[in-house]
Write a protein that binds this ligand. Sequence first.
Ligand code: UTP
Length: 297
Amino acid sequence: MRRKVIKAVFPVAGLGTRFLPATKAVPKEMMTLVDRPLIQYAIDEARAAGIKEFIFVTSRGKSALEDYFDTAPELEASLRRKGKDDLLQTLKQTNMESGAIAYIRQHRALGLGHAVWCARRLIADEPFAVILPDDVIAGEKGCLQQMVEAYEETGGCMVAAMEVPPSKASAYGILDVEQDLGHQVKVKGMIEKPNADEAPSNLAVIGRYILTPQVMRNLNKMRSGTGGEIQLTDAIAEEIQAGRDVYGYRFRGQRFDCGSKAGFLQATVAFGLGRNDLRDEFSHYLDELMAVRNAAQ
Ligand code: UTP
């Protein structure tokens, strides 16, 4: 029987240069969409997909992440004294079972592939998920849960895939499709950041993966690819070359690139409008803003 995916790696060791100066002191993953940090969305999605072991690959300056998932005895005692049960309830989502979360340091930001490889001893010989918390995906069913369900049928490696226009291809890894199976596509190649005229399809890889332990072994060889970084895409592409199955999964949901400023702002608006406690006030504000802008044009 296929082993269940119960481990997930969260690579959070990047420098986050697109959000400087904020990321000089605040980890990118701690930036908030409305009132929850990006990492909370990622953890919730992983939990919904059945993940039980959470492996963070961190770096210097990311201790706020560790504190976030710890208890806060003084704060909790103070809220209890004041009878603020709703806030205590809110804090519960940050509690992790003891031993469920592990932190590993990536000592130098040598790329996503290298960050994932840093978790090799904890992954050992099991399939595992990788979640990039700066890709936030809104939808009824979590993206990773959709992928885990599909993976239970197919096995192999699976990457989340999203349609992009050719002009955007150079920002992504792009899939070369062998067979279109509907939600899934069987992949015969992957190209990291191709020019628009070299992109083999319009399906881009985004930050959710289910990987076999063999991908870790491929990463052991550690050659730097595009941009001098060790690319996860290269280690997955090796699986295809070895004749093993790699699938792209067209997930249902809307993905926001919260690693970019524009994407982060879009997510803030979408999640703000999605909240019952904010929708009326916020949409009223946006309507007024648009009316003023339109009148000025
Ligand atoms: P990005 O490409 O978004 O890089 O990494 P970044 O450093 O986070 O941000 P910018 O581009 O400088 O603004 C994608 C994911 O891979 C992780 C990041 O933390 C992010 O979740 N990553 C990247 C690592 O953990 N280590 C690395 O060496 C590189």
